[in-house]
Design a protein around this ligand. Structure first.
Ligand SMILES: [Cu+2]
Length: 146
């Protein structure tokens, strides 16, 4: 049996490892997804499929907005791709704001409304929901490859 102090040391080491791992993955600025967000995204997909039963699978790249979460939170697309953000919430409006890329915030879009953007240059595009990033940490990330 490991002693209590050994466990504390171990957890300190692991804690350090976790802290050290953050800057490395933050290089790509991908968002680490929580278990709660994963669950929300499963619900968002169900809701999207229910709202848009005729949506072609594998056609347009979509990001669903649901319960203060962009689904998926991290997306990688090729240059020239149009990404469509679809609000599948029941009553909350959202926006998409690629602040760091100096792209103006979208208008707020309401349930079952969309906003879309074509990425013409490769790079990293972290983005926010204007009304909800501060309090709900509603953020997303798009990586655009050549
Ligand atoms: Cu929002």
């Amino acid at each position: 049996m490991p002693s209590k102090s050994k466990l504390i040391v171990l957890s300190l080491i692991l804690g350090t490892a976790v802290v050290l791992a953050v800057p490395a993955s933050a290089g790509g600025q991908e968002i680490s997804v929580t278990a709660k967000q994963k669950k929300i995204c499963v619900q968002a997909k169900k809701r999207y499929d229910k709202l848009y039963p005729d949506a072609k699978k594998g056609g347009t790249v979509t990001v669903k907005l649901y319960k203060y979460t962009f689904c998926p939170l991290n997306l990688t697309v090729k240059k020239g791709t149009t990404v469509r953000w679809v609000n599948v919430d029941k009553r909350t409006s959202h926006s998409v704001w690629m602040k760091e890329a100096n792209i103006n915030e979208s208008d707020r879009f309401f349930p079952e409304e969309i906003w879309q953007h074509t990425f013409t240059e490769s790079g990293a595009y972290p983005y926010l929901c204007g009304p909800h990033w501060k309090e709900q940490d509603m953020r997303g990330f798009v990586k655009v490859t050549e």
